[in-house]
Design a protein around this ligand. Sequence first.
Ligand code: ADP
Ligand code: MG
Length: 346
Amino acid sequence: MRALAILVLVPALLTGCTSDPDPTTFDFETMGTVARCELQLPDGLAPAEAQTLVTTVYDSVATVFSTWDPDTELSSLNRAPADSAVTLSSWLFECLDEAERMRVLSEGAFDPTAGPLMHLWGFHRREGRLPAQAEIDSARALMGGWAFTGESEVTKWTAETRFDLGGIAKGFAVDRAADRLRKAGVTDGLVDLGGNLFCLGGAPEREDWRVGIRDPLDRNTWFASVNVTGRAVATSGSYERFVTIDGTRYGHIMNPRTGRPAEGVLGVTVFAETAVLADALSTALFVQGPGWGRIFLKTLPDEVDVLMVVPGPEGGKARVLVTSGLFDRVTLLEGYGETYELVEWE
Ligand code: ADP
Ligand code: MG
């Protein structure tokens, strides 16, 4: 069980803003992670009702997307034989469509068929074993092997193609939860699903949400905070989930090009209009790293901002690369100036 990937502090805690009444807060476990909501409820929406709206969304998402549960729609797609057309539910179609869009945008760094690699590296049995190169090659060869072949329809070319939407489904769920809450009249609130956030609102007269970013070198604490309003936030880090093989930690984000866990980046946080984009993009940028990321980000709309933590030069501070649109909103927390250096990423 993972703890929250991101700490969220109500404005009152950090900024001394006291005009807001206390938000309604609830935490629960779902989709293999921890969920949290902090909401200013409108008149007529009871706390229990708001919680039910959110848990219903997550439970429904889990019944479609989980690969642990053999009864989900995705598990059934994974078992489908080659050359048989499968009609998808609207949620699975939408999410896979978004995942495929991200695969193309990221030049293959994000790939919804990383399942065989996750399996090979031991993330399914939760026990790592260093695979032989031949096994890595075989697993890589199983990636792809599918296409949209009609309206909401997918066909696999190889029976062994295994979808894994773990890099995007939480974002998808958060967008749906935020949507439900908005429709129920919530204009100010925060939805967090295992580090995938949506910050709704806030009212113009009120301060931003202040979001803490986990220290990638020590995930029990936070090293920076960012002011956010009306945007989604997602973080990818290899420290979140890993297997240990012969004393070395291997993170849970695969580099499809090498067939090995991606290396080099310590953590990536993406701020975007939707949680699904933030989630998928954080995974893609984690794989591609800062060189590619810098060029790629210039092709995206200004609404996307990124904070990427990369190791510094030998013995030097780790570098926190922050896109210009976000730079003024980021603060290193006290004591972290020794370990991290904020750099505007232009
Ligand atoms: P988290 O699950 O911690 O929020 P991410 O959003 O970065 O982190 O997603 C990592 C998950 O994405 C992995 O656990 C796996 O299910 C899936 N995955 C691993 N490698 C890739 C990849 N290259 N492209 C897309 N999904 C991936
Ligand atoms: Mg992701």
